[in-house]
Design a binder for this molecule. Structure first.
Ligand code: PLP
Length: 426
C-alpha cells in the first residue's frame, strides 16, 4: 500500500468509492457504541466489590485519631486515610487533606478560594484581577479548561511535548503577573499519556514567576495507573524540588481513588505545604465539618497501604492493557501505511491521542457518529473547544467490552482514511 498523499487523483477517487462503500455497509448495521469518556468498565468496577461488605456494625468505629467514624469531625480526614493517600501521592500524611469523593471538586474549590479570598501569597483575590490568565496544556483535559473558563480566566494555550509542557514558552509566559497558574496532569497525561521528564518538573519548580501567587495545579489523577506495572514511568518529586528553590507553596497536588475503586464514590485528596494547608483550613472550616469518614474507613480497610494498592492496580492493568494494545495494533495495521495519522503510545492512564490530518478531526468524529460510534468531541482537548489544527482526537479504550472496542476502532480507522482521502481530493 502507498501513502495516500503519494497517490494520483485517479487512484484516490477509486479508493474513495471503495471506502464509501465500506462505510455505507457499516452504517447499515446500525451500531450503537459509546467511547466518549474514560470510564472503568464493569469488570474493573467489580475488582472493588469487596468494599460492600468490608465494614459493618461490628467493625471498630474509633480510629487512630480517637474519633468515632460515624460522627462529625476531622476536617482533613481520618489519620489512616490521610496516610493512605499520602503514600499514593508520595507525600507525608501531614501534608494531605482527604476530602469528599471527587478531586475535581477539590480543584474547583481551590481555585474558587483563590477567586474569593486569594491564595496564600495573593496580594488580592483573583476576582480583583480582571485580566487573570491560566496556562492550559494542549492536548489537555476539557474539565480543567472548563473550570478556569467558568471562573473568568483567559485560557492561554501551551503545547504539551513528549517530555511535558513546552518549558521555554512557560518560562516566558510566567513573566506576566496576570498569569496565575498552570494545569498539569504530570503522569500518563489526559489525553496523550505522556509523563513529564525530570528536567521539566525541575523547571516548573524552579522558574521565577511574576505573580507571587502563581499556582501549579498538579493533578496526578493517573499517578499509579500503570499499564505495565513492572516497568512504570517515573515522575520526579515536585514538592522536594519546589522546596529546593523555596517555592513549595506554589504546588497543590490532587489525586483520588476514582479509577482505583469507584468513580464518584472513591476518596479524593489534596496535598500541599503546611502553610498552604493552614490557609485552606481557615476557609474550609466554614465550608464543611468534615467529609465522609465511613467511606474513608472502607477504603483504608480495602486498600490498606501502597503495596496492596499496587497489587490492586495490577488487576486493573491486566484488564486495560489488552484494550490499549488492541487499539494501538489496529492503528499500526490500518493507519500507518496510508500515512493518515500519528498517535501516542501511553504506558499508563486512560487515553490515547490520535492526530488525524489537519482539518479532519471534526469530520472523523461526525462520520463515526453517523455510523453509530460516539467519540469525545473534536476540540475537547483544547481551550474553548477549539483545536486550531482540527486534528486531535481523544481515544478512550477503557469502557467498552473488547469486542465492541474492536468494532468501534474498525469504524474509526475507516473514517480516518475516508476523511483523509476526501481532504486530499479537495
Ligand atoms: N483529573 C483528570 C486528569 C481526569 O482525567 C479525571 C477524570 O477523568 C479527573 C481528574 C476526575 O477526578 P475525580 O473523579 O477525582 O473528580
Amino acid at each position: 500500500m502507498k501513502e495516500y498523499r503519494e497517490m494520483t487523483s485517479q487512484e484516490l477517487t477509486a479508493l474513495r468509492e471503495e471506502l464509501r462503500q465500506e462505510y455505507s455497509e457499516i452504517q447499515a448495521r446500525g451500531l450503537s457504541l459509546n467511547m466518549a469518556r474514560g470510564k472503568p468498565d464493569a469488570e474493573q468496577l467489580a475488582l472493588s466489590d469487596a468494599m460492600w461488605t468490608i465494614a459493618d456494625a461490628s467493625t471498630p468505629m474509633v480510629g487512630e485519631d480517637g474519633m468515632d467514624y460515624r460522627n462529625y469531625g476531622l476536617l482533613f480526614g481520618t489519620r489512616e486515610a490521610r496516610r493512605l493517600m499520602g503514600e499514593i501521592m508520595g507525600v507525608s500524611r501531614e501534608n494531605v487533606i482527604v476530602g469528599g469523593s471527587s478531586s475535581l471538586t477539590m480543584m474547583y474549590d481551590t481555585l474558587m478560594r483563590g477567586m474569593v479570598f486569594g491564595m496564600l501569597h495573593s496580594p488580592k483575590p483573583w476576582y480583583e484581577c480582571p485580566d487573570r490568565k491560566f496556562l492550559c496544556l494542549v492536548p489537555g483535559y476539557d474539565r480543567h479548561f472548563a473550570i478556569t473558563q467558568d471562573l473568568g480566566f483567559e485560557l492561554v494555550t501551551v503545547p504539551l511535548t513528549e517530555s511535558g509542557p513546552d518549558m521555554d514558552l512557560v518560562e516566558e509566559l510566567v513573566k506576566d503577573p496576570s498569569v496565575k497558574g498552570i494545569w498539569c496532569v504530570p503522569k500518563y497525561s489526559n489525553p496523550s499519556g505522556i509523563t513529564y521528564s525530570d528536567e521539566t518538573v525541575r523547571r516548573l519548580a524552579a522558574m521565577e514567576t511574576a505573580a507571587p501567587d502563581f499556582t501549579i495545579m498538579w493533578d496526578n489523577a493517573y499517578g499509579i495507573h500503570h499499564l505495565y506495572p513492572d516497568a512504570p514511568d517515573e515522575l520526579a518529586d515536585i514538592f522536594a524540588l519546589a522546596q529546593e528553590y523555596g517555592h513549595e507553596d506554589r504546588v497543590i497536588a490532587f489525586a483520588s481513588t476514582s479509577k482505583v475503586t469507584y468513580p464518584g464514590a472513591g476518596i479524593a485528596a489534596l496535598a500541599a505545604s503546611k502553610a498552604n494547608l493552614d490557609h485552606i483550613a481557615a476557609h474550609m472550616t466554614h465550608q464543611t465539618i468534615g467529609a465522609d469518614k465511613i467511606n474513608m474507613l472502607r477504603h483504608v480497610l480495602f486498600l490498606q497501604d501502597l503495596p496492596h494498592v499496587k497489587e490492586h492496580m495490577a488487576k486493573h492493568a491486566a484488564l486495560l492493557r489488552p484494550k490499549f494494545e488492541l487499539v494501538l495494533r489496529m492503528f499500526e495495521e490500518q493507519l500507518r501505511e496510508p500515512g493518515v495519522a500519528r498517535w501516542t503510545n501511553p504506558r499508563g492512564g486512560y487515553f490515547i491521542t490520535c492526530q488525524v490530518p489537519e482539518g479532519c478531526a471534526k469530520k472523523v468524529v461526525q462520520l463515526c457518529a453517523e455510523a453509530g460510534v460516539i467519540l469525545t468531541d473534536a476540540g475537547a482537548t483544547h481551550p474553548y473547544k477549539k483545536d486550531p489544527q482540527d486534528s486531535a482526537i481523544r481515544i478512550a479504550p477503557s469502557y467498552p467490552p473488547i469486542g465492541e472496542l474492536e468494532e468501534a476502532m474498525k469504524v474509526f480507522c475507516l473514517c480516518v482514511r475516508l476523511a483523509a482521502v476526501e481532504k486530499l481530493l479537495g
